[in-house]
Design a protein around this ligand. Structure first.
Ligand code: AMP
Ligand code: MG
Length: 483
């Protein structure tokens, strides 16, 4: 396999990374490989056998010209600042694709690094397959995300609550630069390093800001806009990240770090699945506020570059952060309106969609399926949709479309682009992962992965898959960080 690496991170000040090697594993075996992504990356795997892929993507046999570096970063975890860094991941290289784009290829679960603290540097097969499945589902949903190229089992046990098979995931990202990377530099490095790094990030992710007057401030604005778009997308499909610590927020605007994430079923903004998020800090409906909290940490880290007069710097950053709420609401409302077929929005559209959300909340109605029911009344049989209040709402909605001169076809088209039919339902994800760990078979995993690659299906619906779990099952569903 021929890589096309150009590793610019190595040119940054040495305090920002540590060169170290993956720890070899005894029996690497390829269990998942993303052919489409490989092709996109310019890694044609056609003439290479799975043993070689297993050797490469376990870290046993790194390709020529690869780098193998652990990146330094810090982060606020549940509100508290910690010094972190890649404790179980290594950057293999920056791959330049045939169409000239740059992507980090990172091994996750490749063994301890100087940043591991008490961790073992390893990852479980189940967690890596979960990340593979959900990140690829997010990509298919049209949501910016890191992607998954390969999963290799190591043949070695990993000790968590139970003993589990270990695995290495190859993660692909526009970069792994986080809000926490900026915090790290602002806390532990010089202003010169901060300047060099900020210029690097601008050149890599926002080249349109090169040679602008206050590029640090403009960078803050760009990252904010990207985050707003991202969170609006998450909320469109019911995604709960679960651990939106500042080290898990990429400045590229990609969804990163699939730990305890999960999709909401019944519409409840207070939904939390993560076992460690006891206060509900990262609940579904809190995600915009937490994004702003994280952006405020980014702004603080950039202050010295925004203005040499600290008071002025704070005033400029505050002005940007103060615009978050309005910008978010505009985009959020546009998205909600699109979910019921309105291209442009006024307050009455928002009122209408809020009434629907209120009805869902009261009746424990499934977020995804309620919109599917509006698009395809015959497909969803749940008797909850015979409720008088729902039928009245549906009637009002149709009248409103008529009043606005929106045809049913136009509304349906917009809704089909906005509302997924398939999301990675938690109970389905658990089912396929259990099959892998109990029997070693990948067939159900592949089937689900395949189904999730066309989330906006408009025909041939898989009714069994679309069934939401019973509300009682969902209330006890928990995700774990010990991955
Ligand atoms: P996360 O919770 O995945 O965002 O990780 C937070 C920090 O813990 C990062 O510095 C990770 O590299 C580190 N970490 C997570 N799991 C492990 C592990 N098994 N071994 C070493 N470090 C880990
Ligand atoms: Mg992380």
């Amino acid at each position: 396999m021929k890589f096309n690496f150009d590793i610019t991170y190595l040119n940054l000040p040495g305090e920002l990374f540590t060169v170290c090697s993956p720890v070899p594993v005894s029996q690497p075996q390829l269990v998942a490989f993303n052919d489409n992504l490989a092709t996109e990356l310019g890694l044609n795997a056609g003439n290479i056998n799975t043993n070689e892929l297993a050797e490469i993507f376990s870290g046993n046999k790194l390709p020529e010209d690869s780098a193998s570096i652990a990146q330094a970063y810090s982060g606020h975890q549940f509100g508290y600042f910690n010094r972190l860094g890649d404790g179980r991941a290594l950057l293999m290289g920056e791959q330049i694709t045939p169409d000239g784009r740059r992507f980090d290829l990172q091994l996750k679960g490749s063994g301890p690094t100087p940043y591991s603290r008490r961790g073992d540097g390893r990852a479980t097969l189940s967690a890596m397959l979960r990340e593979y499945l959900i990140s690829e589902a997010m990509h298919a949903l049209g949501i910016p995300t890191t992607r998954s190229l390969a999963v290799v089992v190591t043949g070695e046990p990993v000790y968590r609550e139970q003993v589990q098979p270990g695995a290495v995931l190859t993660r692909v990202a526009e970069s792994h630069i986080r809000v926490g990377t900026f915090e790290h530099i602002s806390q532990f490095s010089s202003v010169e390093t901060l300047k060099v790094f900020t210029d690097y990030v601008i050149k890599r992710h926002y080249p349109e800001l090169l040679q602008t007057e206050n590029s640090a401030l403009l960078l803050l604005i760009k990252v904010m806009e990207k985050q707003i778009d991202l969170i609006v997308n998450w909320m469109r499909v019911g995604f709960i990240h679960g651990v939106m610590n500042t080290d898990n927020m990429a400045v590229s605007g990609e969804t990163i770090d699939y730990g305890p994430c999960a999709f909401m079923n019944a519409y409840k903004p207070e939904t939390v699945f993560s076992s460690i998020d006891t206060s509900g800090r990262y609940a579904f409906g809190n995600q915009p506020e937490m994004a702003l909290w994280n952006l405020t940490r980014l702004a603080e880290s950039l202050l010295l570059l925004i203005d040499t007069d600290i008071k002025k710097a704070i005033a400029k950053a505050a002005e940007v952060l103060n615009s978050f709420q309005n910008l978010f609401e505009q985009k959020y409302h546009k998205m909600l309106a699109a979910k019921i077929g309105f291209e442009y929005t006024d307050e009455s559209d928002i009122l209408l969609v809020n009434n629907l959300l209120g009805w869902m909340y009261e009746h424990n109605a499934d977020y995804t399926n309620t919109f599917v029911r509006l698009m395809y009344p015959a497909i969803i049989q749940d008797k909850i949709y015979l409720d008088k209040a729902f039928l009245k709402w549906e009637n009002d909605w149709k009248l409103r479309l008529q009043q606005k001169g929106i045809t049913e076809e136009a509304a349906l088209k917009l809704m089909q682009e906005t509302n997924p039919v398939y999301i990675p339902r938690n109970h389905k994800v658990e089912e396929v992962l259990a099959q892998v760990t109990e029997t070693g078979k990948m067939s159900d995993f592949q089937k689900l992965n395949n189904l999730l690659s066309t989330p906006y299906a408009t025909s041939d619906f898989d009714a069994a898959f679309m069934q939401a779990p019973a509300v009682a099952d969902e209330l006890v569903y928990k995700t774990y960080c010990g991955t």
